[in-house]
Design a protein around this ligand. Structure first.
Ligand code: SAM
Ligand code: DTB
Ligand code: SF4
Length: 334
């Protein structure tokens, strides 16, 4: 698809855009099913990069407390919980520019092997990688590597100065060439223009191989970061981005990622109609909150959705946790 075709799609009346995206969605995916992924921060804060959106950068004064790399046992206990709760992918994030060397990297490899042994998909995001790291991650059985382009090449310099777009593309190339699935997406609500948003999806679509998953994040504006005072993005922008990602990357899982805490149920359902079919599921993202599990399960149930298993088949939703009964209006039909 050409850049100008994508731009024309982005600016369609939203009814037309969603209808087109939904048509493509149905050709490649089960329309009523979403993938449930759980996130864990395995190494928090004190990151040397200066990403303007990120509460974990050591260059911003935020409330995030730095923590050393977690133990393998602690991570696997969380993975087990995620699996028992119905997640099929376990995503581990580290606030690194590049992965630590030596025993710390070996520990991450052990985490990946442990998560795979639980029959969960394993995804990590560790910053920029060299060829050897990619090879070792692949040998440990890593299912996917997350490395977001975040925005357009033009706008990138206003958000990050400690690395380049080219650096980012280089890691994505290495990961893609290794056969590990690529997970790459971006953030809206950082002050970017519509053209920046279209450029981001265009660049993601030109990656070869195309990403297997595309996270669409809405900025979580965190106190102490340079973007703390950004106004919340219009939820319809998220709908347009999900639709554009679906049209430009028909086979990818489009993940409605950070920022759902402030999205209405209706806006999230519109994103599903536009082609989003994956969520972060669990009370916490990396350092900021995510909707609680029961709230998400009630939303999915009320919308009549099912959960994708690791083979991509739709299954009944996991049960709601009983100890936190929801108010009646959130419980849906009996
Ligand atoms: N340090 C690694 C890196 O940057 O690739 C991995 C961790 S980093 C926290 C992973 C992704 O989280 C970023 O690329 C960005 O897209 C997303 N992210 C971080 N802070 C965010 C925020 N405040 N709002 C939305 N997304 C955010
Ligand atoms: C992605 O695109 N979003 C996730 C995951 N990949 C690693 C991270 C969102 C982080 C939101 C801010 C925080 O919780 O620190
Ligand atoms: Fe570091 Fe990643 Fe946050 Fe940038 S987004 S400051 S690289 S943890």
């Amino acid at each position: 698809m050409r850049r100008e075709d994508l731009a024309a799609l982005y600016h369609l009346p939203i009814t037309d855009l969603v209808q087109r995206a939904q048509t493509v969605h149905r050709q490649h995916h089960t329309p009523d099913a979403v993938q449930l992924c759980t996130l864990l921060s395995i190494k928090t804060g004190a990151c040397p990069e200066d990403c303007a959106y990120c509460p974990q950068s050591s260059q911003h004064a935020t409330d995030v407390e730095a923590e050393r790399l977690l133990d393998v046992e602690a991570v696997l206990a969380q993975a087990q919980r995620a699996k028992a709760g119905g997640a099929t992918r376990f995503c581990m994030g580290a606030a690194w520019r590049t992965p630590a060397r030596g025993p710390a990297f070996q520990r991450v490899l052990a985490m990946i092997r442990g998560v795979r042994a639980l029959d969960l998909e394993a995804c990590v995001t560790l910053g920029m990688l060299n060829d050897q790291e990619v090879e070792e991650l692949k040998a440990a059985g890593l299912s996917a590597y997350n490395h977001n382009l975040d925005t357009s090449e033009n706008f990138y310099n206003e958000i990050i100065t400690t690395r380049t777009y080219r650096d980012r593309l280089e890691t994505l190339r290495r990961v893609g060439a290794s056969g590990i699935s690529v997970c790459s997406g971006g953030i809206v609500g950082m002050g970017e223009s519509d053209d920046d948003r279209i450029d981001l999806i265009f660049t993601l679509a030109t990656l070869d191989p195309q990403p297997e998953s595309v996270p669409i994040n809405a900025l979580v504006a965190v106190e102490g970061t340079p973007l703390a005072n950004q106004p919340p993005v219009d939820p319809l922008v998220l709908v347009r981005m999900c639709a554009l990602a679906r049209l430009a990357l028909p086979k990818a899982r489009v993940r409605l990622s950070a920022g759902r805490e402030v999205l209405s149920r209706e806006a999230q359902v519109l994103c599903f109609m536009a082609g989003a079919n994956s969520l972060f599921f669990g009370d916490q993202l990396l350092t900021t909150p995510n909707p609680d599990r029961n709230k998400d399960l009630a939303l999915l149930r009320d919308a009549g959705m099912r959960a994708l298993d690791s083979d991509g088949h739709a299954q009944a939703l996991p049960p709601l946790a009983k100890e936190r009964a929801l108010p009646l209006w959130q419980q849906g039909p009996a």
